[in-house]
Ligand binder design. Sequence first.
Ligand SMILES: Nc1ncnc2c1ncn2[C@@H]1O[C@H](COP(=O)(O)OP(=O)(O)OP(=O)(O)O)[C@@H](O)[C@H]1O
Length: 808
Amino acid sequence: MANEINRVEEQARLERVKMRIQASIAELEPEVSGLRSQVTDIRKRFWEDVTLNTSTHEDFEETFYSIKQQEALLSERERSHLKRLQRLNGMKRLLPSPYFGRIDFTEQGTKESEAVYIGVASLTDEEELSFLVYDWRTPIASMYYDFMPGPAHYDTPGGRIDGEMTLKRQYQIRDGELRHVFDTSMTIGDELLQQALGQGADAQMKSIVATIQREQNAIIRDETSRMLIVQGAAGSGKTSAALQRAAYLLYRNRDKLRADQLVLFSPNGMFNSYVAAVLPELGEENMQQTTFQEYLSYWLEGSLALEDPFEQMEFVLTAPQTPDYEARMAGIAYKASERFLHALQQYALWLGKEGMRFVPIRFQDRELISAARMREQFYSYDPNVRLANRVILLRDWLLKELSRWERREREADWVQDEVNYLDPESYDEAYRTVLRKYRREEAVFEFTDQYDGDRRNQGPGEESLFDFADQEEELLREMIVKAHAEPLKREVKRLHFIDFIGLYVQLFEDEGAFSRMTGETEVPASWPEICRQTQEKLNGKQLFYEDATPYLYVKELIEGTRINTEVRHVFVDEGQDYSPFQYAFLKKLFPRARMTVLGDFNQAIFAQATNLQEEASPLVRLYGEEETRLIRLVRSYRSTQEIVSFTKSLLPWGGDIVPFERSGEKPRFLQASSSAARAARMAGDLAALTAEGLGSVAVITKTAAEASEAYGLLLEQGCESLRLITKETLSFEKGIAVIPSYLAKGVEFDAVLVYDASSAVYGRESERKLFYTVCTRAMHKLLLYAVGEWTPFIDGIDRGLQNMVELS
Ligand SMILES: Nc1ncnc2c1ncn2[C@@H]1O[C@H](COP(=O)(O)OP(=O)(O)OP(=O)(O)O)[C@@H](O)[C@H]1O
């Protein structure tokens, strides 16, 4: 009965709030459009309203201030417009679902209890005296996520507020209609979460503000750690928490933090599109999103062809039988290590004393400045000056040398030859330049004549005409040499006189040289082979993916120019797939940023993985224990209980994974006698799944080649609307996707069909985590197919879980 009364009251309150929102919208809409037209108008008439006069100093000053005034007016209107527009958008977001939660809180020392309603934006009453809805990111709202009814507290800039939470209520309001309302004694009631998780997958990730869990809230609201590491099971909401965290940080620091000061490193381009809707849904602009690969390519400036991580991955997955395999794998591991990082730091110190390599500056077939002369000049500078600063000194010296050469070169025969072959337009241009110069000089002479009665006032008479032709010729020579010197100078300014490739290659000459240059005494046993592979690749102007970061690191140690001090927060998703080396590089690149790393070591599929979960993890060392916080998430929200029980059993070391109580079908195992039989069966299953209404389905293969094969075979079976996903795919869409394992990272599907779960495909121990990653993409249904023997990873699992179906 009590609930019914509540419902009536709640309904009435909802109506009041909606009316207030509608009134706000009605008020804001004309204001916004009025301001918008004012801004357009000011922009259009900007110069009409400015007094432009530069005749005298005073006029100039007046013009200057008039422009400044106009600018100030424009930016003030733009700011007001933006502010009101944001408010209007906030109201529009609130209208269909003004709030999702309520807590009643009595502050210690007071008698009155306040009902705190929580939604995706704040809303005040007409007098702006009290909040009808609190933004979920306000300090008081944090209690909703952190406490169940009973003693509760929250932090404010003025200190901690203690009190008693007497009620916790959840609402489901859709299209302005109150669908459900229930009280809960839990942190966040399972009922709402059940509903949220029971829905089908979307083409884009959704915000989870209404059901954020306590441990996720800790991630979202952390404002003190320099390094926040989140190790969480597959589907435990790491990416979700990261995105809500970005929205939280933008809200909390809205006067000093812009969205473009946040950078998210994602696993691939498609993932960017998958998560792109969350921040706008929360009323914030999207942060910068990139992939590490994109970042590397940008800094390499096309100087080398860079292998991408997926090519490396394909090699790791498909080439174990090749003779180069073991050495390459040892090389990948070593080049990802902190040892190698340290070796390169020592290398930079060594370069401060000897060993720098330069590219001679050549012109036509002549060497203008040899590498030896550059080296001599470089090492003549004070050795206490930083390497990067000595590079700048050398750059300036080279520019001067080139200017000197330019002056000398004007007399060279080839210059005269070019002058002779010049087209009439160039002559004409030179003539006009000399004439302009002559007139300028004349004006100066006339002016000085007033004071110098002795000077003869002469025009371009006989004598001066002779000068005139001479000067024209001189000018043409100057122009010609300048045109040739410009590209040389440009190269120097870009520091292309440093032989970066040579500097990296020389590290891989042999073990003795490496140890002399870096002080490193322990290298992998296959070092000679690693050296051969690295050199061969670089000589072909190509770079292995594992060499890209170390190469740029060396470059950075020498140039010291790439630092980005604007960025304040770096988010690394799928953080287990980055090497300690890459983290050190990120730290160096973004010296003023805090880092949030989210990952799952059980999904470490790249060879250069970093363990996030240990206290001794290299990540903890990066900023030190004091500044680092490690949060573990164990509850998995994505998959049904049955799927989690199965995927958990794939990890014999027992991953810390607790399924959320949501039941579904057991995983299905389907063995076929041939690829064709499997494709036929799969086609039938795909049709059935679509008919059941599952909107997003993935056929996940191990490699790209396997994906193409599956795609072809399924098409032959008459499957329609299949989408083959490759590393170039940039958008995530609903429907049926055929996708290689490593591109399915971070995303999820209603149903997953594992294309080939046979031992021939997932047979090596090193592929266990990949297999786990593939299976954990499924939300509601998981179907595994095999032609031949099953993968040994399922050997030990509880047979009761399986519905074995034999196919002939
Ligand atoms: N508190 C929550 N409320 C509702 N849904 C949630 C919550 N936390 C996570 N989810 C849902 O669980 C699914 C998995 O979340 P997410 O992709 O963020 O997990 P993840 O830890 O990044 O997974 P993975 O490691 O596999 O990439 C998503 O559908 C997400 O919406």
